[in-house]
Design a protein around this ligand. Structure first.
Ligand SMILES: *Cc1c(COP(=O)(O)O)cnc(C)c1O
Length: 453
C-alpha cells in the first residue's frame, strides 16, 4: 500500500478518544484534522521520508493544534524591541485604570443612557470636557482608529466631490496602506496637486476651481509627513497659508496629524492638535493610541459645527468604538488630566533615565550570572510613525551573537514570549520598553532558554 493510501481517513481520526473528549465544535476539530492530513499528504508527495502516523497519532497532533487555537489570543508578550509604540505588539500598553475601566464596562453599562432622566444619551458625551481642556479643541469625536478618523473627515466634509492632497504628502504608513487611498475609500475623489518634491499654493487653488485638470475639490487635506523626511529641491505649503486658501474658497481644511503630541515631554516633538487648529485647520485627525498611550482610537478635533457634521454622517455609525474602548479612553484622558502628568506605561518608558535602566540591567545580569559587559548602549525609538530619525538613548542586554535569529525565536516561544531585536548581529533585549515588573519574567525566559546560570 502506498504511503498516501495509508493516511487515516478524517472520520476515523475524529472518532479517536483524544478528539472525542474535547468540547469544541465538530467543524473546528475537523479543520484541525484535515490540516494535519494535508501536511502529511504534502510531505509524502514531495517524497519526504516520513513515518505515516495511524489515526490515533494524527488525532494527538490535531488535539495539540486545537489546544493552541483555543488559548486566549492575542496573548501577552514582553516588548524588548526598544520600539515604544510597536504596532505589531499592540502599540501602547494600557494603564491600570484603563484596564479596570474596560472590565467595569464589559457587562451592561450606561453607555447610552442618562441615569438621571432615563432618556437616551450619547456614548461620546463623557469625552466632551476633555476636548477643550486637553486637546485644545471645541469638540472631539472618536472613531475606531486614525485611519477611520481620516476616512470619516474626508467623506463627511468633501461630500460627493473631491479632496485635494499634495503629491508630496501621499504617505504610506505601513503594511501597504496609503493615506491618500484611505482618505478616498469612502468614494470621495482624490485631486492630486503638485509634484513629489514641490507643491505650491496655486496648485491647491487650481484644484478648487470647478473645471480643468485635477479640479473640483470641495475640501483640502494636509497630511503630516510623520514617518519620513524630504530634503533638497523641496517646497511644501505652510498649513497657515493653506488655511487662507480654504477660507477664501469656503471649503474645509482637514489636517491628518498622525501621532501628534500633547506638548511637553520630548525635546523634539510632534505638533499638537491645538497648534494645527491655531494654524487654521478646521478638523485635525490623529491616532488616539499614538497620541495618548491608550486604547486604539481615532480622534477628530475641531469646532463644534464641523465635528457635529462628522458625527451625524451615516459612516460615523459604522466607525463608532465599542463600550470597552470608550471606557479605556476615558480613563486614559483622566490620567492625562493629572497636574503631575499621566501615570501611564508609555510615559514611564519615555521618562526612565539611562541610570534607571542601568540599575535594572545590572541586576538582571547578576541574576543570570552574566558579566557586566553584556549590558550595552542601544537606541530606542517612539515608533508608530512618530519622530523619524529621533532616538532615545537606552540600554539593552546582549543575549548572544551566535545564531541570534534562532535565539530570538526561542525567546518568542517562551511561556511569556519575549520579543527582542537583532542589532549588529547580536540579539539584544532593550530595557526601555520592558516594564520593570517584567524583569523577572525576562530573566526566567532567558534562563529557561539556556542563556543564564
Ligand atoms: C498612524 C497614522 C495614521 C493611521 O492611524 P491608525 O490609528 O494606525 O489607523 C494615519 N496617518 C498618519 C500620518 C499616521 O501616522
Amino acid at each position: 500500500m502506498s504511503d498516501l493510501a495509508r493516511l487515516p481517513k478524517v472520520d476515523r481520526v475524529l472518532d479517536c478518544p483524544v478528539l472525542r473528549e474535547l468540547p469544541w465544535a465538530a467543524g473546528l476539530k475537523k479543520r484541525a484534522v484535515t490540516r494535519h492530513l494535508a501536511r502529511l499528504r504534502g510531505a509524502i508527495q514531495r517524497g519526504e521520508d516520513i513515518e505515516v502516523p495511524d489515526a490515533a497519532g494524527v488525532a494527538e497532533a490535531a488535539a495539540a493544534t486545537l489546544d493552541g487555537w483555543t488559548q486566549p489570543r492575542p496573548r501577552r508578550v514582553i516588548n524588548a524591541t526598544g520600539v515604544l509604540l510597536h504596532t505589531n505588539l499592540g502599540r501602547a500598553p494600557l494603564g491600570e485604570a484603563a484596564v479596570a475601566a474596560m472590565v467595569g464596562a464589559a457587562g451592561t453599562c450606561d453607555l447610552e443612557i442618562d441615569l438621571g432622566t432615563g432618556a437616551r444619551g450619547s456614548r461620546f458625551s463623557v469625552l466632551a470636557p476633555f476636548a477643550s481642556a486637553l486637546l485644545g479643541a471645541e469638540d472631539v469625536h472618536v472613531v475606531n482608529n486614525g485611519a477611520a478618523a481620516l476616512l470619516l473627515a474626508c467623506t463627511a466634509l468633501a461630500s460627493d466631490r473631491g479632496v485635494a492632497i499634495s503629491r508630496g504628502q501621499m504617505v504610506e504608513i505601513g503594511d501597504g496602506f496609503r493615506v491618500a487611498e484611505m482618505a478616498a475609500a469612502g468614494g470621495v475623489r482624490l485631486c492630486e496637486v503638485g509634484s513629489t518634491n514641490r507643491t505650491h499654493l496655486r496648485d491647491y487653488e487650481q484644484a478648487l476651481r470647478a473645471e480643468g485638470e485635477g479640479a473640483g475639490a470641495s475640501a483640502l487635506l494636509w497630511v503630516h509627513s510623520s514617518n519620513f523626511d524630504q530634503s533638497g529641491f523641496v517646497k511644501g505649503v505652510d498649513l497657515g497659508e493653506l488655511s487662507r486658501v480654504a477660507r477664501a474658497a469656503g471649503v474645509p481644511l482637514i489636517a491628518d496629524l498622525g501621532s501628534g503630541s500633547l506638548g511637553g515631554g520630548l525635546p523634539e516633538r510632534e505638533p499638537t492638535i491645538r497648534e494645527y487648529l491655531d494654524r487654521g485647520a478646521d478638523v485635525v485627525t490623529c491616532s488616539g493610541d499614538k497620541l495618548l498611550g491608550g486604547p486604539q482610537v481615532g480622534l477628530m478635533a475641531g469646532d463644534a459645527t464641523i465635528i457635529e457634521r462628522c458625527r451625524r454622517h451615516p459612516m460615523a455609525r459604522a466607525l463608532r468604538p465599542d463600550k470597552t474602548t470608550l471606557a479605556a479612553l476615558h480613563a486614559t484622558l483622566i490620567e492625562h488630566s493629572r497636574p503631575d502628568g499621566p501615570r501611564l506605561p508609555l510615559h514611564a518608558m519615555v521618562s526612565a533615565t539611562v541610570d534607571d535602566l542601568r540599575t535594572r540591567a545590572r541586576a538582571m545580569a547578576i541574576e543570570l550570572g552574566w558579566s557586566e559587559d553584556r549590558v550595552r548602549e542601544t537606541s530606542a525609538t517612539i515608533g508608530g510613525g512618530s519622530l523619524p530619525g529621533e532616538t532615545i538613548p537606552s540600554l539593552g542586554l546582549r543575549v548572544t551573537d551566535e545564531k541570534p535569529n534562532r535565539a530570538a525565536r526561542e525567546l518568542r516561544l517562551a511561556a511569556v514570549p519575549v520579543i527582542g531585536r537583532v542589532v549588529d548581529g547580536e540579539l539584544v533585549l532593550d530595557l526601555r520598553t520592558i516594564a520593570p515588573e517584567d524583569d523577572g519574567a525576562v530573566t526566567d525566559a532567558l534562563r529557561r532558554a539556556g542563556f543564564g546560570a
